[in-house]
Design a protein around this ligand. Structure first.
Ligand code: GLV
Ligand code: MN
Ligand code: MN
Length: 412
């Protein structure tokens, strides 16, 4: 048995240079990185990735959903996929998603430089629109790859009224051709490295996380409708203020969630219309993001949220409507594939902890179909979805080496 690929370089600098180069694409005034789905910044990031992969001699392909794949190794339908997403939240950091793509690429580079040749292909993936920020379509690319019917999403609109169909057309893509992105038949396993995005590993003083399952997520959009009226001339007792009713609802949601801890609820976008200094708000629209580790908890949370919204609307004398934008079930990951990652970590002498992911990931779309496992590296201060998101170069590289060991075990 050859030991090619067992001795991996340990210099963290090249991976960090990639993280910084990619993070500079879509750099925003807040010091963060903004690359939402189908934006020019994300296009530039994928072009950079494609060129970087091509320089390493990988065969690059972008599918009908805007997912980018870089293949190393022989043809066949038993590839091992490794990757994450290249899109970001508004004013996000350089690590969420991007590190998973680049660590996969670094693992390939390390193995190749160590003289290894895979017997089945390793495919580095950058999924389209994991965050779902723009159209409330999280994990769009990996859902398309998994073969989901996404035709109902074509008319989804962003904050400027642009439809998903039009946004895709700006990249020369046709929303009607999303089904062509189905590709899960060509892979045998899926690995995703990601920053933890929370404080557990850092607080435990552990180097790597082995993810047991991924929380489910539910997205709702609420609209409260009152009556726009004159701020000075309308007596307080005669108002139907959509914003004050919505504010009451938002605080009620926070109080409900704070009382239980295991089901985080977040209102992340609030729009107030018509938006005049001297106009009582006639309409208020806001998003609600709910996470839970079981279907039952997600169901119970949805009921509680809907009841709190109805109460607040009734109290304020306004109408309200609630629409579900997305719901992704919680997903367990594959214990055997996770054990492959654990063996890789043992090879590096790294400490590990089993933990559940509170954040959603592309891996949740693959896990029901092929063995899928996730590796977490710690997030400094537990911070993510923030420009200050950071993980040390050494911690990032340790994660990449563990991926490399796992990829070698899976493809030799
Ligand atoms: C992805 O970052 C999510 O919203 O969990
Ligand atoms: Mn994210
Ligand atoms: Mn992510």
């Amino acid at each position: 048995v050859s030991d090619a690929g067992t001795r991996l370089a340990t210099d963290p600098a090249p991976l960090r240079a990639w993280v910084d180069e990619l993070g500079a694409i879509g750099a925003d005034a807040a010091g963060g990185t903004t690359r939402v789905a189908w934006s020019p910044a994300l296009r530039a990031a994928l072009d950079w990735l494609a060129a970087t992969c091509a320089r390493l001699g990988l065969a690059v392909h972008e599918d009908a959903a805007g997912n980018l794949f870089a293949r190393w190794g022989p043809d066949g339908d038993d590839a091992v996929l490794v990757g994450s997403h290249a899109d970001t939240v508004p004013q996000g950091g350089r690590f969420d998603g991007a590190l998973g793509v680049l660590a996969g690429l670094e693992a390939v580079r390390l193995l190749r430089d160590a003289g290894y040749e895979p017997r089945r292909a390793i495919v580095v993936a950058a999924w389209m629109d994991e965050e779902g920020t723009r159209f409330k379509t999280p994990t769009l690319g990996s859902r398309a790859f998994a073969g989901h019917d996404l035709s109902a999403l074509a008319g989804a609109t962003d904050a400027d009224g642009v439809t998903l169909a039009d946004a895709m057309a700006s990249w020369g893509r046709d929303v009607a051709r999303l089904p062509e992105a189905q590709g899960v038949d060509g892979i045998a396993a899926c690995l995703e490295l990601h920053i933890e995005q929370g404080p557990v590993l850092e607080e435990a003083g552990v180097e790597l996380g082995l993810v047991t399952q991924i929380a489910g997520l539910l997205g709702l959009r609420a609209t409260f409708t009152g009556t726009a009226a004159h701020a000075g001339a309308t007596p307080m007792g005669r108002r139907r203020d959509a914003l004050s009713a919505a504010a009451r609802a938002i605080v009620a949601l926070e109080d409900w969630a704070a009382g239980r801890e295991d089901v985080p609820v977040t209102v992340g976008i609030v729009e107030v219309l018509p938006g005049g200094f001297n106009v009582i708000p006639g309409e208020c629209r806001f998003t609600i993001d709910v996470r839970a580790q079981s279907e039952q908890a997600l169901d119970a949370a949805e009921q509680a949220v809907r009841a709190a919204l109805a109460d607040a609307a009734a109290h304020g004398g306004v109408e309200h409507a609630v629409q579900r934008t997305h719901r992704l079930a919680p997903v367990p990951l594959d214990p055997e594939l996770t054990a492959v990652l654990a063996r890789g970590a043992a090879r590096e002498g790294a400490t590990t902890l089993a933990l559940a992911s509170g954040a959603g990931h592309d891996a949740m779309q693959l896990a029901p179909l092929v063995p899928t496992a996730m590796l977490f590296v710690p997030s400094d201060g537990g911070l993510s979805h923030n420009p200050a998101e950071h993980t040390s170069p050494a911690a990032c590289h340790l994660g990449a080496r563990v991926l490399a060991h796992a990829l070698r075990e899976l493809t030799s």
